[in-house]
Design a protein around this ligand. Structure first.
Ligand SMILES: O=C(O)c1ccccc1N[C@@H]1O[C@H](COP(=O)(O)O)[C@@H](O)[C@H]1O
Length: 213
């Protein structure tokens, strides 16, 4: 028998492919091994999808893959109605919001609460991410812009178990995971052939690179 200590298993990083706008791209991401698909319902986005298309895309990937509705600065009623119509399993919230609003959404859906690096260390942020059912996600100030964060500057302040987004793609996701050990990674811009349309090779390479860290 060996005296060597058992290796501590690294928890698997969850992989989210965001900006899904079709059944074709949902199936592509699921077959590539993504854990979650993102559907952007923020009207400012060039990846805007209707709840009806998101619902059909979500139904096409079976019972295991999570479907995340993405919102930016939208009212509570709109968020809850859209999430219900699209049958998402979780909600991702960008932009400033009141604690009561966050509590209300988290009463219905697991929430990925998107923070910018400047939010870390603020009292209001600590209150938000300590709410039950809320997981922090670090992203660039301009979501969906494909700009990576400064991972070295986040070492020591990155919230344990938090998710990471912002300019991730096949070429840099493994380095980001090694730097910050996030609970999940999320990408959109660097996986596209054109706005709202996925490049199959990039999606497959992104999921593979995140798993092979
Ligand atoms: O992508 C968008 O258009 C978008 C619009 C409004 C809110 C969020 C949006 N995307 C989110 O941005 C991050 C990272 O994007 P990228 O990989 O840097 O392009 C991701 O969480 C998307 O959900």
């Amino acid at each position: 028998m060996s005296d060597a200590p058992s290796p501590v298993p690294l928890s698997p990083v969850r992989v989210k492919v965001c900006g899904t706008t079709s059944v074709r791209d949902a199936v592509l991401a699921a077959e590539a091994g993504a854990d979650a698909l993102g559907f952007i319902f923020a009207p400012v986005s060039k990846r805007l999808v209707t709840p009806q298309v998101a619902r059909a895309a979500g139904l096409s990937v079976g019972p295991v893959v999570a479907r995340v509705g993405v919102f930016l600065g939208q009212g509570l009623t709109e968020v809850l109605r859209t999430a219900e119509a699209a049958r998402v399993s979780a909600v991702q919230l960008h932009g400033p919001l009141a604690p009561l609003y966050l509590r209300a959404v988290a009463a219905y859906y697991p929430v990925l609460r998107v923070l910018r690096p400047a939010d870390l260390g603020q009292e209001a942020t600590a209150e938000e991410v300590n709410l039950p059912g809320v997981t922090p996600m670090l992203d660039a100030p301009d979501p969906g812009s494909g700009k990576p964060l400064d991972w070295a500057a986040l070492r020591g302040v990155f919230p344990p178990g938090g998710w990471l987004a912002g300019g991730l793609g096949p070429e840099n996701v493994a380095g980001a995971i090694r730097a910050l050990n996030p609970g999940g990674v999320d990408a959109v811009s660097r996986l596209e052939a054109g706005a709202g349309s996925k490049d199959p090779g990039k999606v497959r390479a992104f999921v593979r690179a995140a798993r092979e860290r």
